[in-house]
Unconditional design. Structure first.
Length: 308
């Protein structure tokens, strides 16, 4: 035997939002005729869930209007749910409609909460006819939240937004601190590099001065020994300096048979130092040698070593 449950009756009632709602027999008939489980079936749920993600504990197979009442027939109701209803834990039901006031959204089993529509039979899913009460959807299609719950939700949302803002500010501060630290490290690195470059340049200048002084002393000794004339001295100095700048090395065989690797400048100066002193005096050295300043200008550095 099919069991039908009363879920609404004709009359004027106050819905869950405190608004008056009037349903005529024609309204109930329109709800019944509009119900098509193939297009949208109505679930049996506990309480009034805020979303359609709540589990269903049965489905309305058919809906009809008769005698000023709206009735529904449910299937697939678990035995545990029937037992809870039989023990009186859920005595009332409440119907929720979509904003069009004729499409069933869900039918809810209620515990201590009172339904919007009174005068319906208590729920009994195991035998006899069953009664379910009506709740009404808001114009937006969802159950409107009570003011105190809404305020709590708004407060929680504000707290969450404030937390996110604080977290964002903290991340920005960390990023700024990291950037400042990185900029400072890069500035310190650049300063250290500049200091190192200056030290290298100072050392190179110092080394150049020392080598120039040593070169000057050796060439002056050549003049004093009569191996070059004073007129040749500038050319010899420039030629020796050009060889030093050119770089390169030479394997020199010493008189004792040992081989020594020396620079091209050193080879050149040793050759000058090995020249015999001219007993005829400076008059014989009036013309500059091939390696004088004029000679250096006539050949490039790559040719210097080839001439030695």
């Amino acid at each position: 035997m099919d069991h039908w449950i009363e879920i609404a009756r004709a009359g004027t009632f106050t819905d869950s939002q405190g608004r008056p709602q009037t349903f005529t027999e024609a309204d109930l008939a329109a709800i019944a005729s509009a119900y098509d489980p193939q297009k949208r079936d109505c679930p049996l749920v506990f309480g009034h869930p805020k979303t359609d993600a709540a589990p269903a504990f049965g489905w309305a197979q058919r809906v009809k209007a008769t005698g000023g009442k709206l009735l529904a027939q449910f299937a697939q109701v678990p035995g545990e749910v029937k037992e809870l209803v039989a023990k009186g834990h859920y005595r009332h039901v409440s119907m929720s409609l979509m904003p069009d006031r004729k499409t069933l959204r869900h039918v809810a089993l209620l515990g201590a909460a009172q339904p919007a529509i009174d005068g319906l039979k208590a729920v009994e899913l195991t035998q006899g006819e069953e009664a379910i009460t009506v709740d009404f959807s808001t114009p937006q299609g969802g159950d409107e939240m009570p003011d105190n719950d809404l305020q709590r939700e708004i407060g929680a949302l504000k707290e969450h937004i404030k937390s996110l803002e604080n977290e964002n500010a903290s991340l920005k501060q960390q990023a700024q601190t990291h950037k400042e630290g990185k900029d400072k490290a890069e500035a310190e690195k650049a300063a250290a590099q500049e200091k190192a470059d200056k030290a290298a340049a100072d050392f190179a200048a110092y080394k150049g001065n020392v080598e120039a002084e040593k070169r000057e002393a050796r060439v002056s000794a050549l003049v004093a020994a009569g191996k070059i004339t004073p007129a040749e001295k500038p050319g010899v100095l420039q030629f020796a300096a050009a060889l030093a700048a050119q770089g390169g090395s030479f394997d020199f065989a010493a008189p004792d048979g040992k081989t020594e690797t020396i620079s091209m400048e050193e080879k050149y100066l040793r050759e000058q130092e090995a020249r015999p002193a001219d007993a005829r005096g400076d008059a014989m050295f009036s013309a500059p040698p091939a390696h004088s300043a004029e000679g250096i200008q006539a050949i490039n550095p790559a040719e210097l070593t080839a001439k030695l």
